[in-house]
Write a protein that binds this ligand. Structure first.
Ligand SMILES: [Zn+2]
Length: 183
């Protein structure tokens, strides 16, 4: 929802609350030319309608949010945030018109709200297979070998091919698996 206020002499103020930001655009149209200036303030969400007051030097815009009141001084095409609340008791409040949207494109791109990222599905470790037979695991010095329990007495004498790791017999001169010449 956006609002506009006519200050007269072709000078319009447009303002909009997007999230915690308040965008104010000053548009001065004179002699077929348009002078535009915009400011963006981190004000918080509006909790009351914005108010515009005419002052001897221009106008003052009052924004009321949960964080407090914000005042923006408008002098010609320049706008500035006021650090202290001005006295508006003698100022004339001006008519604020509700409009569907800002007529000018803001130079600040509008951020699309972030889509929530769906939680990751748990990894499925369904039919994990280990096709090695005999199965061997080497972790540092530890060497676990399974599947050779039937010949434990020959384990000392067993040799392995230096090329492919297959078990070879003591008398083999060549690896029966890959044909590598054994030492
Ligand atoms: Zn081999």
């Amino acid at each position: 929802m956006a609002y506009m206020c006519e200050l007269g002499s072709g000078h319009n103020i447009y303002l909009e609350n997007q999230g915690s930001q308040t965008f104010v655009t000053s548009l001065v149209s004179s002699l077929g030319q348009q002078q535009q200036s915009s400011i963006s303030l981190s004000t918080g969400n509006w909790i009351a309608l914005p108010e515009m007051y005419r002052t001897p030097h221009g106008a003052i815009l009052k924004i009321t949010t949960a964080q407090g009141e914000h005042f923006i001084q408008i002098q010609g095409s320049s706008m500035s945030s006021m650090t202290s609340a001005p006295s508006l008791s003698s100022s004339q409040q001006m008519q604020m018109t509700q409009i569907a949207r800002m007529p000018v494109t803001s130079s600040i791109p509008t951020m699309e709200p972030m889509q929530p990222i769906p939680p990751l599905q748990p990894m499925k470790m369904g039919n994990m297979e280990m096709g090695m037979n005999p199965m061997e695991m080497r972790m540092g010095n530890m060497h676990v070998s399974m599947g050779s329990v039937s010949e434990p007495t020959q384990a000392k004498a067993r040799r392995f091919c230096s090329q492919c790791g297959s078990a070879t017999k003591q008398e083999d001169r060549f690896c029966s698996s890959c044909g590598h010449k054994l030492a």
